[in-house]
Design a protein around this ligand. Structure first.
Ligand SMILES: NC(=O)c1ccc[n+]([C@@H]2O[C@H](COP(=O)([O-])OP(=O)(O)OC[C@H]3O[C@@H](n4cnc5c(N)ncnc54)[C@H](O)[C@@H]3O)[C@@H](O)[C@H]2O)c1
Length: 363
């Protein structure tokens, strides 16, 4: 049985990571936790876990995997300490406060001969898997705009998520999921980033972000995350030359697909009224017909633990990481470009140096 240690035993750690290791089909058990909150340590003990009061005590044991699930600002420092102590590490998202911190974790993992990855569990959300399947199976061709929206209505930036020093704000909290999905879907270099990031109901951190990305091929994509939208739009709208796909809601299997069935030139067969009098139009017009088609069906239920199964196989030398550090770094470069675009009111061109770096990292 593989051993998991958790740093930061709060809501996500207990509700998801610890709970996942209780599943029969996950060959990993949570053995120890470290937290600064004595109440959380007492609770961990009640669950039969070793509850460590200091990081040194926690790191005196070896784990197959350490999950870092503290508030965001501690991720890098905790991840590096766990890597240096000889453990593989997965941080929660958002993995860091900056791309420089991501680079530090990548370098530290390399130096220590261990892996570093991030819990980008929403790659296994049903809504996203439907869109990805449509692309992978060529159900839709020639996309020109992909829109992804996560729209809440409760204004939900509270606790440490409302504090800039802790890496709060909606764009880091949910934007990182939406951006990771988009860049995982569209595996080509980003050319430009234009963003509007605002505070609508918050004071210290953002709670609304809309980012327009353009890619090398000309394809464009829009990512929107918000906490205060009272009239919601679909989770995904995908517009292609040969059709359009809509997924209604997050984790949902419902939506629709329309595809072009006929596209041909036809005579106008019309009279045109001109200065010279009434004439017949001789030019032709493009006529489209479309119909509702079989919506992409994904056989598997939504199950984030696919990521855990991958990690266990990576530890056993059977698979590669699905969430690769270079993908995480790429995502951070784009997120940072979005923050800059919004701050300075400009479109940020991701320069050749960055693109060649990305190509090298992605090799
Ligand atoms: N992937 C997802 O779907 C998802 C969902 C929710 C939260 N998260 C992420 O999980 C992380 C934790 O979020 P949460 O909602 O569980 O927060 P939380 O506040 O419930 O838990 C954080 C825990 O970390 C502990 N902690 C804080 N600073 C610490 C430190 N320096 N050393 C040790 N322990 C420390 C706190 O005492 C607390 O128990 C965040 O990064 C968050 O973004 C991810």
């Amino acid at each position: 049985m593989h051993k998991l240690g958790i740093i930061g035993f709060g809501g996500m750690a207990e509700g998801y990571h610890y709970a996942t290791t209780k599943r029969d089909d996950i060959d990993m058990e949570t053995v120890a936790v470290y937290d600064i909150n004595p109440d959380r340590l007492a609770h961990a003990e009640e669950l039969g876990l070793k509850a460590c009061k200091t990081l040194d005590e926690f790191l005196s044991e070896h784990y197959d995997l350490v999950v870092v699930a503290t508030a965001n600002n501690y991720h890098c420092q905790m991840a590096c300490a766990a890597l240096e102590a000889g453990n593989n590490v997965m941080t929660e998202k958002p993995t860091a406060m900056s791309s420089a911190e991501v680079e530090t974790m990548i370098e530290t993992a390399k130096k220590c001969g261990k892996f570093y990855t991030v819990h980008q569990n929403r790659r296994w959300d049903r809504d996203f898997m439907i869109v990805k399947k449509a692309f992978d199976d060529d159900v839709l061709k020639l996309p020109y705009m992909i829109e992804s929206r996560i729209q809440g209505d409760g204004g939900s930036m509270t606790g440490w998520r409302s504090q800039p020093d802790h890496g709060g704000g909606m764009f880091l909290d949910w934007g990182i999921h939406a951006m990771d999905q988009m860049l995982y879907l569209i595996q080509e270099p980003v050319k430009t980033v234009t963003a509007v990031i605002r505070s609508i109901t918050t004071t210290l951190v953002d709670d609304y972000a809309k980012v327009l990305l353009t890619f090398e091929s000309g394809l464009a994509a829009e990512v929107e995350v918000s906490t205060f939208i009272l009239k919601k739009l679909p989770r995904w709208s995908v517009f292609c030359k040969d059709g359009a796909l809509q997924v209604d809601e997050i984790s949902s299997q419902y939506g629709s697909l329309r595809k072009v069935t006929k596209c041909e030139y036809q005579p106008y067969d019309l009279l045109a009224y001109t200065d010279l009098g009434v004439v017949h139009r001789t030019d032709k017009k493009l006529v489209y017909e479309s119909e509702t088609c079989q919506y992409p069906d994904i056989a598997l239920p939504q199950d984030w633990a696919v990521l855990y199964k991958n990690l266990i196989n990576v530890i056993d030398g059977k698979e590669e990481l699905i969430v690769k550090p270079e993908q995480v770094l790429r995502c951070y470069k784009v997120m940072e470009a979005a923050f800059r675009s919004s701050r300075e009111g400009v479109t940020v061109n991701l320069d050749d140096r960055y693109l060649s770096e990305y190509k090298k990292l992605g090799e």
